[in-house]
Structure formats: C-alpha cells, structure tokens
Design a protein around this ligand. Sequence first.
Ligand code: NAP
Length: 243
Amino acid sequence: MNCALVTGASRGLGRAIAVQLAIDHGLYMLVNYASNLQAAEETLAAIASNGGQGEIIHFNVQVKTEVDAALNDWKEKNNDKFISVLVNNAGITRDGLLMWMPENDWDDVMNISVKGFYNVTQHVIQQMLRKRSGRVVNIASLSGLKGVAGQTNYSAAKGAMIAATKALAQEVAKRKITVNAVAPGFIASDMTKDLNEDELKQMVPMNRFGSAEEVAHLVSFLVSDKAGYITGEVININGGIYS
Ligand code: NAP
C-alpha cells in the first residue's frame, strides 16, 4: 500500500495537505507531529471523515535518532507499506533582527527546516530509490527566495531547502523520483495569526492571505502522475506578491 508522510501535519498547511492527499490519491497518511497530539488526532479524524485512512507518527524532525527510531519501528510493523510521498512541511519562525537574534532562534529555525529535511528525507529516500519511484515536496517560503527583513534565520533556512531541492532532484531523477519545493507567501495559519492581516494584505496583489487548502491543492498536483516531468522546481503560491 502506498503511503504519504507529512511532517508537521497536526496543524495548518500540513493538516490541509494530509487531508487533501488522502482525498485525491487514496494514500494511507502518516500524520507527524512534534508536541500537539490532540491536533494530530484532529487531522486524523478529518482524514477519516473524508473517507481516508492513516495513523499518527510522533517525532521531532530535528533529532535524527528520534526520526530513525520512529520510522524503523513503523516499518517493522508495516512491511507491506511503502512511503511513496514525503512532504517536508514542519517549520517554525522566530522572527527578529539579526543584530539582536539569540543563538537558539537561529539554531531552532535552521534545525527544524534544514536538518529536519535531511533527517527525514535521508531515511525515506532509501526505499524510494529501491522502488524507483517517489515524490518529495518541500514546503519552503517566499522568504527563502526574496529574503525578508526580520527573518534572516527563516530566509536562510528556506533558501537552503530550495537549494537542497534542486540538488537532490538531480541526484534521484534517474530513479523516477521527483523533488520539488513550494514557496507560499502569506497563508492563514497559526504561524501567521499574530500578523496584522489588514495591513499586510495590502502588499498582496490579490489583497488577501491564501488558505492552507490552496497550498494543499498545489502539493496534490505535484505528487500526482500528471506532474511526473516536473522536478527541481520551486513553485510560488503567493497571490502575486513575488515571482
Ligand atoms: P503552523 O500552523 O505553526 O504549524 C506548524 C506545524 O509544524 C505543526 O504541525 C507543528 O507540530 C509542526 N512542527 C513544528 N516543529 C516541529 C518539529 N520539530 N518536528 C515535527 N513537527 C514540527 O505552521 P504553518 O503555517 O502550517 O506552516 C507549515 C509550513 O509552511 C512551515 O514549514 C512554514 O515555514 C511554511 N510556510 C508557511 C507560511 C504561512 O504563511 N503560514 C508561508 C510560507 C511557508 P505541533 O502541532 O506538534 O507543534
């Protein structure tokens, strides 16, 4: 049975992506979370109420030993299943000017996005390579392309994910695995709930924040058979703010 692992699927974009992939592709969903079990259970309930199937898998993407232990344990119990889709979605912001940025705020943002990408992808890609098929989608950001003042850490992390996407895509293309990045602008979620939406939406030509579901539809297309010749790309989804 083909499965999709979405990191940080307990809330926001990750939840919407997990639900959409179950609906559109009938994939068995692995709903990863770091700390919010109740929210992960709500994601699983949303998948089930849409006729899908899945389970929750807990690990902190920053910690390689935790990622490996959780995925090895899962594989031992599920040797009939194959993670054919990986969405590296887990991410955080710790905004502030670089001149005052505490070291932890740099490390946490980099480690969740960039080390997290390495930890999970390095594990999951082994079986994709053996099976000669797979889809990896990395959730980057407008910040990783444009650079945003007050987000030097986050811009660096997302920029690194974009570069890693392009490099890995070339490494695995011969095995029919595609690797792409999605770069959202302002999307309504817990991450953006404290921002001044009325003020910021004026920067967006479409004059609104996007929804998590709109991002999920893009990811769903990228993992579909129809997107089989698209790899190493960064797709913007930002209401026209930047491209
Ligand atoms: P969110 O609502 O804050 O949700 C973050 C998710 O990541 C949660 O499910 C959280 O799990 C999980 N997570 C955080 N740290 C983790 C860790 N160490 N290990 C595993 N999971 C972890 O954020 P969002 O807005 O949905 O953002 C999702 C992704 O989209 C992020 O990569 C973000 O950078 C990117 N993005 C968002 C926007 C936007 O405007 N919202 C724009 C561009 C890019 P818990 O529930 O367990 O804490």
